[in-house]
Design a protein around this ligand. Structure first.
Ligand code: AMP
Length: 367
């Protein structure tokens, strides 16, 4: 165990809740700084387990195993935001956990997230909490369609979302949300934003309270899954400044030590509207691995370990392409391209929609 103030020495062990590709890339970054990693998650032969120093395969709710994990590591972080907040709170009684459970709790619930954005003075699309069909009908009177009904918890990559084009679709949209665990869904209705582009910013906060932010990336989604992230984003400098300011304000307000990715819409009149956030490394930050300077994974390792955080120093223009499903079987052109940096996640089966890896196409910095 370590104290809150001292930086972890090389050889110390960083515990990671979650053992997917983000845990894999986090483990690789930790190894570069001389740290060991111990990953914890429910899946066997996971992407992270293949490269971590140690692995525990167990349920997130298994408190006896969580306690043993806490004992075996010097600090705990996570790479997956649907870890039960109660498990993170339990771990906080046994170990230093960075980021804290509050960041996770806010990010796990779209209603809490939007309330939080308002509290730090950041705009969101218009929204209403919806917990019944009656709520939805009332919300549609306030927020005229087109609108999107989203499950407030455990939705990702567009899952648990229904677009509503006219108020008479309310009943069908509510029905389409289903009744997970036999109870009515907790949801939000959001006005549909006719955005000029989608961007995201990854901010980091160190144990000493220093905050830094990577440049915004411009993100293109296909079938609700991130397809491409581009830096520099084609946005006005004042939009980039505002986006970075929001993300840095958010990490400080959450008293978070670690990373926070904030996804935003840029409106046609250059306003920034916050969509959602995640207190972990983010797919839209993978460009940082080949963009120069400290990347998002090293930044999280540094924050968790209590090391100083360097200012991000981009030296390249990068287009990050996700390899989804079968894309991973068509790499010949990338293998032949000296500007292409290929990152594969070690997943055996290329199921449709599954993130199998990504490619960073790197060019010298243009601006
Ligand atoms: P989310 O799960 O909230 O990140 O939504 C996935 C994607 O759906 C976003 O990245 C957008 O491309 C689109 N989307 C979500 N909410 C809205 C909205 N209110 N207006 C327009 N597009 C949206």
């Amino acid at each position: 165990m370590t104290t809150k103030d001292a930086a972890l020495p090389p050889g110390a062990t960083i515990g990671i809740l979650g053992n997917g590709q983000l845990g894999r890339m986090l483990s690789l970054a930790a190894a570069r700084l001389g740290y060991r990693t111990h990953v914890y998650g429910p899946d066997k032969d996971s992407p992270a387990e293949q490269v971590a120093t140690a692995s525990t395969v167990a349920a997130y709710e298994d408190q006896a195993t969580l306690a043993a994990f806490a004992k075996a590591v010097d600090v705990v972080t996570f790479e997956f935001e649907n870890v039960p907040a109660s498990s993170v709170k339990f771990l906080m009684e046994h170990a230093i956990v960075r980021p804290n459970a509050r960041a996770l709790e806010v990010a796990q619930d779209r209603a809490k997230e939007k309330t939080f954005f308002a509290a730090i003075g950041a705009a969101t699309p218009p929204w209403r909490p919806v917990d019944s069909l009656e709520d939805l009908v009332r919300a549609l009177a306030d927020i005229p369609p087109p609108a999107v009904l989203k499950t407030a918890r455990f939705g990702y990559d567009g899952k648990g979302q229904v677009k509503i084009k006219s108020a008479d679709e309310a009943a069908a949209a509510w029905k389409a949300m289903g009744t997970p665990n036999g109870i009515a869904p907790h949801a939000v209705l959001e006005g549909f934003v006719d955005f000029s582009c989608e961007i995201s910013v990854i901010a980091a906060r160190g144990a000493d309270g220093t905050t830094v932010a990577f440049e915004p990336t411009e993100n293109v989604h296909k079938n609700h899954i991130l397809a491409t992230s581009i830096v520099p984003a084609a946005i006005k400098p004042e939009v980039a400044r505002r986006a970075a300011e929001i993300a840095q304000k958010a990490v400080t307000a959450l008293d978070l030590v670690g990373l926070l990715a904030v996804e935003m819409f840029v409106t046609k009149d250059n306003h920034v509207l916050c969509n959602e956030m995640a207190p972990r490394p983010h797919n839209s930050g993978h460009w940082t691995m080949d963009g120069g300077g400290c990347d998002q994974f090293e930044m999280l390792v540094r924050a968790a370990a209590g090391l100083p955080l360097p200012q991000p120093a981009r030296i390249a223009d990068v287009t990050m392409l996700n390899l989804i499903g079968d894309d991973v079987n068509h790499l010949n052109a990338f293998h032949a391209d000296p500007a292409a940096r290929i990152h594969l996640y070690g997943k055996a089966e290329a199921r449709p929609g599954r993130k199998m890896g990504h490619v960073n196409l790197v060019k010298p910095r243009s601006r």
